[in-house]
Design a protein around this ligand. Structure first.
Ligand SMILES: Cc1cc2nc3c(=O)[nH]c(=O)nc-3n(C[C@H](O)[C@H](O)[C@H](O)COP(=O)(O)OP(=O)(O)OC[C@H]3O[C@@H](n4cnc5c(N)ncnc54)[C@H](O)[C@@H]3O)c2cc1C
Length: 383
């Protein structure tokens, strides 16, 4: 899609996984992109992440799957299940769906390296946006107006773009999550597992360089709660769980322990307003229980580029309508299921916990695969 000889232009708000993937995908179809990121520098971000086969295939379309694989550990998500005392409820089976465990910062780095530095602007906060593709940006303290053929709002769950042109605030799901990555070799070796407590879960995933990504998910009465000693708070809750859970938490530098509320958003009736399109968490933030949020942002980017590539410049509305229809049909049922999973996983009753434990023991591998592969059996369009 281009107007005569000049390439079509896009402003991308946010240099998260969604925004950067969109930038790579649009450049691949010949667009000129400007990514605006409000953070002054792109420092090491977040903890770990699992990438399901759907996202790896989408990265493959962009020529990035191998680079990500080289910086990830192939593993199985939700294959090894344990109780807090360490008893095994289930072991990985060869039929289980394989995923990649990667540090977010490394996925981010692979995406950034696929872009020219000139495309990415930090300390550039979008403060307002109009449906005609004009944005007001505070860049290094100075406000300036920018415009493009298309604005891709990839500014996350608290998206200012969504709040301005749509509505919809994040919805607190009554859960909190703590996450961390251990320093290289501090606690090693560690086997991937998910430990199921009563309404509480702990996940462990080995990362490259003998690091371990851990997360602890717990019920929470109110959002935005902070603790003076976050690792101490986690240890207070799960410090008596099986090894090496306490050691992993203790080994993580306290200022690297992240604590977030689990939030999602209600489904939107469109992802498109004139020349503005939502992508990633701004469009469909979902609870992390399916491990698909970032995977869906990656899918969004490839599907958007394919839609833009299959129409002429005059047909921008048709291209965006195609993206909107395809993506909402895929991602909104998934977000609904993720919300249901939160309810199931947060139920602290003995009966609910017993139900999970029995399911883990009795569901045959083929049925387990079918259930976990439901969202990862997806193929990207060609670019
Ligand atoms: C605990 C937890 C575990 C998870 N685990 C997984 C997993 O295993 N697998 C998976 O696929 N997903 C997982 N997710 C989901 C995943 O993290 C998100 O879906 C994904 O990061 C969304 O990417 P994004 O680019 O849409 O948004 P974000 O990563 O939020 O990026 C938005 C970017 O926009 C910038 N920004 C915001 N406002 C502005 C503005 N006004 N102007 C300019 N820039 C702005 C921000 O600084 C940020 O860089 C998990 C989420 C959580 C909370």
């Amino acid at each position: 899609m281009s107007t005569g000889t000049a390439p079509s232009t896009a402003i991308i708000v946010g240099a998260g996984i969604g925004g950067l993937t969109a930038a790579v995908a649009l450049r691949r179809i010949g667009w000129s992109v400007t990514v605006l990121e409000r953070a002054p520098i792109i420092a090491e971000v977040g903890a770990g992440l699992t990438l399901w086969p759907n996202a790896i295939r989408a990265l493959g379309v962009l020529g990035l799957a191998e680079a990500v694989e080289a910086r990830a550990v192939p593993t199985v998500s939700r294959g090894n299940l344990r109780t807090p005392s360490g008893r095994w409820l289930r072991h990985n089976h060869p039929d289980d769906v394989g995923v990649l465990a990667v540090h977010r910062a490394e996925l981010h780095d692979v995406l950034r390296r696929a872009l020219p530095e000139s495309a990415l602007h930090t300390d550039a906060e979008v403060v307002s946006i109009a449906p005609d593709g004009k944005v007001m940006c505070r860049c290094a303290g100075e406000e300036s107006e920018l415009s493009a053929d298309l604005v891709i709002a990839a500014d996350g769950v608290n998206s200012v773009c969504r709040r301005t042109l749509w509505s919809g605030n994040p919805v607190f799901q009554g859960r909190s999550v703590w996450r961390g990555v251990t320093p290289s070799g501090s606690v090693w070796p560690v086997r991937e597992c998910l430990t199921l407590g009563h309404g509480q879960q702990v996940g462990l995933l080995p990362l490259p360089d003998e690091r371990v990504y851990w997360f602890v998910t717990l019920n929470a009465d109110e959002p935005n709660k902070e603790y003076a000693d976050e690792p101490g708070e986690v240890l207070r809750r799960v410090g008596g769980w099986h090894d090496p859970i306490p050691a992993l938490i203790q080994a993580t530098p306290p200022d690297h322990v992240l604590h977030n509320d689990i939030v999602d958003i209600d489904p939107l009736d469109t992802f498109v307003k004139d020349r503005v399109v939502l992508l990633g968490d701004s469009a469909h933030a979902m609870s992390p229980d399916l491990g698909q949020g970032a995977c869906q942002a990656i899918e969004d980017a490839v599907v958007l580029a394919a839609a833009l590539n299959s129409f002429t410049a005059d047909d921008l509305p048709a291209a965006l309508a195609q993206y909107d229809a395809e993506r909402r049909a895929r991602v909104q049922p998934m977000a609904a299921e993720a919300r249901e999973s939160v309810k199931r996983n947060s139920n602290p009753s003995r009966v609910a916990h017993l139900g999970l434990a029995i399911a883990a023991r009795l569901i045959p591998p083929a049925a387990w695969r079918k259930a976990t592969a439901r969202w990862s059996d997806w193929n990207p369009p060609k670019l």
